[in-house]
Design a protein around this ligand. Structure first.
Ligand code: ADE
Length: 227
């Protein structure tokens, strides 16, 4: 999968995408992420990509021209994107099911907003999907985009070592993940549940499923009700 990202602050994206599982996905050639600095398409030699908003009001708006030129150029080079995603607090809430769907695409473009956001005409004429990572406002779309890329990237076949492990994540099947333990079996008298030490995989599976249900009912009854 190839993900292109357009950003005014490309440095912000570097660290989250260059370690751990994201690094492995890219090293294995399963995921290719390229961050494009929007200033490359600035309207003047001062690197301008934003301007005052019509109608007045505080805050700058990201201009049409740099974004439109960037998208046209990238699309010409890479072919048509499956989705052109705009990261914005007024987008649809990002959920595991969105990550699952996006992980099956070949080519995505993500636009990171800044300031007051991007000119509405880019949303109307280019953007095919608008994503929010939650009901709060970040100072830009970069961290939100990194969240989306991470959630998608780890689902790509071959990225996780244990092929099945993504299936047991919280939110797959609308259930939260069960509790996990590691050595020692007794820490300060705090004991690991016997069933996990008993060596019966069927019983372990049953216990985990029960715990998932219990946890979901207690902590996220809204998810359980969707079942
Ligand atoms: N940009 C600013 N806040 C955001 C959010 N909550 N989700 C996605 N993009 C954003």
């Amino acid at each position: 999968m190839k993900i292109d990202i357009i950003s005014v602050l490309p440095e912000l994206m570097e660290s989250p995408l260059s370690h751990s599982i994201m690094k492995r996905a890219q090293d294995k050639g399963l995921l290719q992420v390229e961050v494009h600095p929007l200033r490359k398409w600035a309207v003047n030699k001062h690197g301008q990509v934003d301007d005052y908003q019509f109608g007045g009001g505080a805050g700058m708006v990201m201009m049409c021209e740099p974004l439109a030129t960037a998208i046209d150029e990238l699309q010409e080079k890479n072919g048509k994107y499956d989705e052109i995603i705009y990261m914005t607090p007024d987008g649809a809430r990002f959920e595991q099911r969105t990550a699952n769907i996006l992980s099956m695409k070949q080519q995505l473009l993500i636009i990171c907003g800044h300031y007051k956001g991007i000119d509405e005409r880019i949303r109307e004429h280019y953007v095919t999907m608008e994503i929010s990572i939650g009901d709060y406002v970040l100072s830009g779309g970069e961290i939100a985009a990194a969240v989306v890329v991470d959630a998608i990237g780890r689902l790509l076949p071959g990225v996780l070592n244990d092929e099945t492990s993504a299936l047991f994540d919280s939110f797959q099947d609308n259930l939260l993940a069960p509790p996990v333990y590691t050595r020692p079996a007794d820490f300060r008298g705090w004991k690991v549940p016997d069933v996990l030490l008993g060596g019966d995989p069927k019983k372990v599976d049953e216990w985990r499923h029960e715990q998932s249900i219990k946890r979901t009912k207690e902590r996220r009854p809204d998810l359980y009700d969707e079942e």
